[in-house]
Design a protein around this ligand. Structure first.
Ligand code: 0RA
Length: 657
């Protein structure tokens, strides 16, 4: 380092530390939250920087390793973070990148920096939130290394060897002082994101390795960490492969997907779409690799291009002449799986979760690109074109049938008090933020829950047997289904608009916690998944707003005389046997709970419903495209590993604070 600048250097390093201290003080402002989501965000942040190197043309391989001690190592074969002296800051560029907020962008003006998008908080945030971080740089034939703790460098950059390669290797340990809920990385969550990134950035290889030892527990406690996994993700044809991956278990309507890739509007656009014989609309949009779950101008452009082009074609072909009612834009999207990915130098993100694209110039460019590609496709594939038009007409016809059924739901929901379902045992409190509703499998468990609950704030709605599989049913069947109508009515949720039955009005939501409570067995998991599928397809906003939970009844009761202990995991059972039975199981009565029905009202309250003891798992959507694929797979024709699924997607959450 430059000794002439000693004073300036130390002064600046204090300032820098203050910068990162802000990140440690309010981590949620930088990474969203300090739960599981924020934890995984750390990995994405570093990977995004490597993806930037790839987009700039300097990197082709990125690896993520979950090490045995649950630290993370991310490597890339990019140029390597520069290590030369940064004149203005008086320290190495590496240290600047890792210790100064938003310092990454100061160096390169490469277009479409992913790290400049939604998550663009920089690797320095990862550094600030890690108890230890080691950066190893391969550059100019040399290997450089620097280590940090909670954002502070432990020494200057050291030269530690020579190399023939270039690249960056970052290893970090998430700080348990910050991530108090969990510091355990979930393989499946990381793998899903890397797979998505491989589809979105064709030609870049991303791989993941889990070097942790598998845990013995089979109850979901290990959050998908089954140890010693490895997967390599690489896509030659990008979104084309993404669409066929998502539609893996759906039946294709047309032989060929529709694909376009271009740069006409002054920015890269890539779109792939495929019609299937199903009824749901599965359109996922991305800007700079960020999933824009709230949509925005690129999605509007896509919809506009799709509607106008198909409508024109259908009109010209005379197919609409027989139709006695108007065709609606949504009719063109039924059974459509599509991915829209654009890259923008200066994206403007709006909306509640900052995932809605605002740039107005994008609408026309995307719409134009879609029109051109789609017109060509329809021209060149007249048989597929006819299949698509027929499907749109079928969708319009079904929509008319659905409207009647839906209006009945609406009418019922508008009524107050007496309009509630007869099977609902409501609570007395009228403040939705304090109230919760248990959706319980079967009338008998419903009865137990009703006796066990605290009726001031807990409502019970028993559901009969297996609820409708909405994945396979047309919309009007869904709205005609009594159990589903009861859910709408009990929750006070109304359907937003005539055009979009999935747009909800949540203003009259009667309970802020909607808790699915089923048996802890295969059947129970299936029923929970059916209910979740309904929420995912028809009330997704409830999931996104964090209203949906899964109750977790205990698996065991370990008992000796008056001493008893409920256990949710294998480990807890062993610990209880140790504690109560002094290691001898023969002294004890160990009961395995198979269903809610084996508990009496008091036990159910104590273990599963009392906010002081219970464990609720909040349902989140970590990766919308992957969730979409999984629901279509689980609820399609194949016999699914449903229990695994639920355990993967419902994570422990500290929500009773
Ligand atoms: C600053 C400038 C340059 C590259 C990077 C940072 C960089 C950061 C990360 C983080 C993970 N992998 C990375 N790879 C590169 C430009 C380098 C140059 O101009 O040579």
């Amino acid at each position: 380092m430059n000794h002439d600048n000693q004073n300036q250097y130390s002064a600046e390093s204090i300032q820098v530390l203050e910068g990162l201290e802000a990140v440690r003080k309010r981590p949620s402002m930088y990474i969203g939250d300090t739960g599981s989501r924020g934890l995984h965000h750390l990995v994405y942040e570093v990977v995004d920087n490597s993806i930037d190197e790839a987009l700039a043309g300097f990197c082709s391989e990125i690896t993520v390793t979950i090490n045995a001690n649950n630290t993370i190592t991310i490597t890339d074969n990019g140029r390597g973070i520069p290590v030369d002296m940064h004149e203005k800051e008086g320290k190495s560029a590496l240290e600047v990148v890792l210790t100064m907020l938003h310092a990454g962008g100061k160096f390169s003006k490469e277009s479409y920096k992913v790290s400049g998008g939604l998550h663009g908080v920089g690797v320095s945030c990862v550094n600030a939130l890690s108890s230890q971080l080691i950066a190893e740089i391969h550059r100019d034939g040399k290997v450089y290394k620097q280590e940090y703790s909670r954002g502070a460098p432990l020494s200057d950059v050291k030269e530690v060897g020579t190399t023939d390669n270039t690249g960056t290797i970052i290893t970090f340990a998430p700080d348990s002082e910050i991530f108090t809920q969990t510091t355990s990385f979930n393989y499946d969550i990381l793998a899903a994101r890397l797979r998505e990134l491989a589809f979105l950035n064709k030609g870049v290889q991303l791989s993941i390795t889990d070097n942790r030892i598998a845990e013995s527990s089979d109850n979901g406690d290990n959050e998908g960490n089954t140890g010693r996994h490895q997967e390599v993700f690489y896509s030659d044809s990008g979104l084309l492969e993404f669409v066929s991956y998502l539609d893996g278990t759906r039946v294709k309507l047309t032989e060929k997907p529709i694909y376009l890739e271009g740069n006409k509007g002054g920015f890269p656009i890539e779109i792939a779409m495929q019609y299937n014989t199903g009824f749901s609309e599965n359109i996922h949009s991305y800007v700079n690799n960020i999933n824009t779950i709230e949509g925005g101008t690129h999605l509007s452009g896509f919809r506009r291009g799709l509607t106008t082009t198909l409508k024109n074609y259908a009109e010209k072909s005379g197919a609409l002449a027989k139709l006695k009612f108007d065709i609606d834009p949504s009719d063109f999207r039924e059974g459509l799986t599509a991915i829209i990915s654009i890259k923008l130098a200066e994206p403007q993100f709006e909306g509640q979760t900052k995932t809605k694209l605002g740039n107005s110039e994008v609408v026309g460019a995307v719409s134009q690109a879609v029109t051109t590609a789609l017109e060509n496709y329809l021209e060149e594939n007249p048989r597929d074109a006819k299949l698509i038009v027929d499907k749109v007409i079928l969708a319009a016809t079904a929509r008319h049938a659905a409207r009647k059924a839906r209006e009945m739901v609406q009418r019922k929901t508008v009524m107050s008090g007496s309009g509630l379902p007869g099977k609902l045992s409501d609570c007395s409190d009228r403040d939705p933020s304090k109230c919760e509703i248990y959706l319980v499998e079967g009338d008998s468990a419903g009865g137990t829950a009703k006796s066990g609950r605290d009726r001031t704030f807990q409502a019970i709605l028993p559901l009969r047997g297996k609820i409708l599989n909405v994945e396979k049913a047309m919309e009007h069947k869904v709205f005609e289904n009594e159990e589903i109508r009861n859910i709408y009515t009990a929750l006070g949720v109304t359907i937003g608009t005539e055009e979009d039955s999935k747009a909800l009005n949540l203003q009259k939501l009667r309970y802020y916690k909607v808790i699915i409570m089923t048996d802890a067995d295969v059947d129970g998991s299936h029923i929970a998944t059916l209910i979740l599928t309904f929420f995912f397809r028809y009330m997704q906003d409830l999931i996104k707003n964090g209203h949906i939970y899964i109750a977790t009844p205990p698996l065991y009761l370990v008992k000796k005389g008056k001493e008893e202990s409920y256990c949710w995991t294998e480990e807890e059972r062993k610990a209880a046997i140790e504690l109560i039975g002094k290691g001898k199981e023969s002294n004890l009565h160990v009961q395995r709970y198979k269903g809610l029905g084996e508990m009496n009202a008091i036990q159910l309250w104590d273990t599963t419903m009392n906010p002081a003891n219970r464990v609720l798992r909040q349902v989140t959507i970590d990766n919308a495209a992957e969730a979409d694929r999984i629901f279509s797979m689980l609820m399609g024709d194949e016999v699914p590993p449903r229990r695994d699924f639920i355990e993967q997607h419902a994570k422990y959450a500290n929500i009773d604070a």
